[in-house]
Design a protein around this ligand. Sequence first.
Ligand SMILES: Cc1cc2nc3c(=O)[nH]c(=O)nc-3n(C[C@H](O)[C@H](O)[C@H](O)COP(=O)(O)O)c2cc1C
Length: 203
Amino acid sequence: MQDGLATPLASQNETDIALDMLLSRASVSPAAMTEPAPEGLDLNDILDAAMRAPDHGRLRPWRFLTISGDARHRLGEVFVAALRKREPDAADVLLERERTRPLRAPLVIAAGVHVDPDNAIPEIEQVLSGGAAVMNILNAAHALGFAAMWVTGKNTYDPVVNEALGFHAPDRLIGFVYLGTPNETAKAVQRPLRDDFVRDWSA
Ligand SMILES: Cc1cc2nc3c(=O)[nH]c(=O)nc-3n(C[C@H](O)[C@H](O)[C@H](O)COP(=O)(O)O)c2cc1C
């Protein structure tokens, strides 16, 4: 499977399972997550799925940092420093919210893109490729039974956070994926109707 080109699924049953997985994915908020996070071979599979993102010019623009355990406290301090710079008078309760933000899930993947502004491939395509890689992370996590949610918020666009995580402009963060295991409060989300968003232009 790893090196295959278009590897056909072996049976109708496998096709159905793969499609069911895609058609049932839903974000699970960190509030509905618990331990364990994906690790080991599961985490490798999730990150390998990211490597399958479409990528114009083979730029491989996506970059990921896996942040678990005590490193989440360090990330929280980065969020605090960023808020202090944005809002020097920020209330303690808001600073505490940033400090504990990464602790809501057992694993946080910081996702970013290495942007080559001089490349013929437009910058937006480089960023889109990073977004597609994150989508594959969400799908792979779901396929393995894990909970995942992509969040941005102000931290993603804050230069203090970007610098602390090694994303020096024009490289940039595109978000944080929170990962864990769904708890019993995780709920199914209503999906929009396809026909409201799709029209057959050939008609
Ligand atoms: C680029 C991007 C950034 C997002 N940032 C946030 C965020 O900061 N906070 C949030 O609550 N949801 C955010 N979301 C939305 C959630 O990831 C999720 O898609 C939403 O809760 C709907 O759930 P669903 O994925 O099951 O449709 C973001 C989604 C995308 C694509």
